[in-house]
Design a protein around this ligand. Structure first.
Ligand code: APR
Ligand code: PHB
Length: 391
């Protein structure tokens, strides 16, 4: 089989790229290790930056998003039993975020794939990028027990943190930067109305908490936990008591409890691999970088990467202009590092670190009090949270 762009992975990065290329008339094939149900079923974050919403609209995939997405013009910070609101729209000239679960985004992208000629091979095993250092790369894989080869012009590795794309890059070319945090997030989903119509990020001396949602009747809550904690140690009652304590009396007033139907613990990590291109192999999304979820940037960064990559490929095929491809890694990384910085900073501001002494805790509270009283500081949060421009 032959195509122009072989895309490894049908997560947000791979599927957005496939749709962008289909719209530009550039032939592509997506090779995904899992089934559609598996990929779509994974519970992930749910805050879309303005640019992600705009891209869904540009692709004509925003009908459900417009009907069901919750537009948030502000977000809230809680500490020491108090809550204050950062009015993102007022501070950024009208920008906002939209709460719409990644699972919903994936459903919209998958539903539109076949009608738009987006080709996806599910359950592709043993996927390997080959010969990307030369001019005729290919991807070998096994489908239905039969060995296959997909010849292509370019390979886009959109295969997540544990994918084969980054692993195939020569170790002496790749430089990685990493921070592993000494805690995780325990998250639950419950069919109860959210405690607040916007998100609340809480710094409590017992640890971080986040009140989020998926809809007006479905809540998503998180508490920071130690890496040695087990799900079985967290029956629902304990979780509800803990989140109520950490949100504080004002923010937790009106908290509706109910049975959880999803409960999992996720570790927190910051990670960047440079460069994001070697020869004809390009990395995008989690394959190249991870952020802690505190800034809600993971999926949005995958989307901004592939928006840049699709633009570069359009110029290559349409205008015989390779400057976009040559500049992709530097351009993507410039934005990635800013999102890494924001996610790292916001994590540091809101979490309890094991080595924190009373002075360090006072510094956090002082910074929150400063942000509360400073329009300049709130603007910094607002413009990062709604999403920095692509540039
Ligand atoms: N062969 C084929 N497919 C693979 C392989 C492989 N060897 N390895 C991984 N994949 C697939 C995975 O099954 C997954 O569907 O690649 C996809 C990668 O998707 P994500 O991990 O979601 O990564 P990405 O598309 O970059 O999205 C990043 O979405 O999932 C969230 O937390 C993530 O918010 C982040 C954002
Ligand atoms: C979520 O709703 O899952 C969510 C929201 C905001 C975050 C992280 C996760 O920062």
């Amino acid at each position: 089989m032959r195509t122009k762009v072989a895309i490894i992975g049908a997560g947000p990065a791979g599927l957005f790229l496939a749709h962008l290329l289909a719209r530009a008339g550039i032939d592509a094939v997506v090779l995904e290790r899992r089934t559609r149900d598996y990929v779509e079923g994974r519970v992930r974050a749910g805050v879309l930056e303005q640019g992600t919403v705009a891209l869904m609209a540009e692709l004509g995939l925003d009908a459900r998003l417009r009907a069901e997405g919750l537009v948030h013009t502000g977000t809230n910070l809680a500490y020491d039993g108090e809550v204050f609101r950062v009015d993102m729209a007022a501070l950024t000239g009208g920008s906002a975020v939209t709460v719409y679960g990644q699972q919903e985004v994936m459903r919209d992208l998958f539903d539109a794939a076949e009608p738009r000629g987006v080709r996806i091979v599910f359950e592709a095993e043993d996927v390997r990028p080959e010969d990307f250092g030369g001019s005729s790369p290919s991807v070998s894989y096994v489908a239905g027990g039969v060995a296959q080869r997909l010849s292509c012009d370019f390979i886009a590795a959109c295969d997540g943190f544990h994918g084969v794309g980054r692993a195939a890059m020569p170790a002496d070319v790749l430089k990685v930067y990493e921070r592993v945090y000494p805690f995780g997030w325990l998250g639950i989903l419950a069919d109860v109305p959210p405690v607040n119509h916007e998100l609340i990020y809480a710094n409590h001396e017992r640890g971080f908490a986040l009140a989020s949602m998926r809809s007006e009747s479905r809540s998503r809550y998180y508490v920071q936990v130690g890496l040695d904690e087990r799900i079985d140690d967290w029956p629902d009652d304990r979780f509800w008591d803990e989140i109520a304590t950490r949100l504080g009396p004002e923010a937790a007033a009106g908290l509706v409890r109910g049975p959880s139907f999803e409960k999992s613990i996720a570790p927190l990590r910051s990670f960047v691999a440079e460069p994001m291109r070697v020869g004809r192999l390009f990395l995008a999304g989690d394959a190249a970088h991870i952020v802690p979820p505190t800034g809600a940037k993971g999926m949005n960064l995958a989307v901004s990467d592939v928006a840049m990559l699709a633009d570069a490929l359009r110029r290559h095929y349409g205008d015989r202009d390779d400057s976009g491809l040559d500049g992709y890694s530097a351009r993507a990384l410039a934005r990635v590092w800013k999102a890494e910085r924001f996610s790292w900073w916001f994590t540091g501001l809101t979490h309890r670190f094991p080595d924190m002494d009373p002075f360090a805790r006072r510094m956090q509270v002082a910074e929150l009090a400063y942000i509360r009283g400073s329009q300049a500081a709130q603007t910094v949060i607002a413009e990062n949270y709604v999403g920095l421009p692509l540039t």
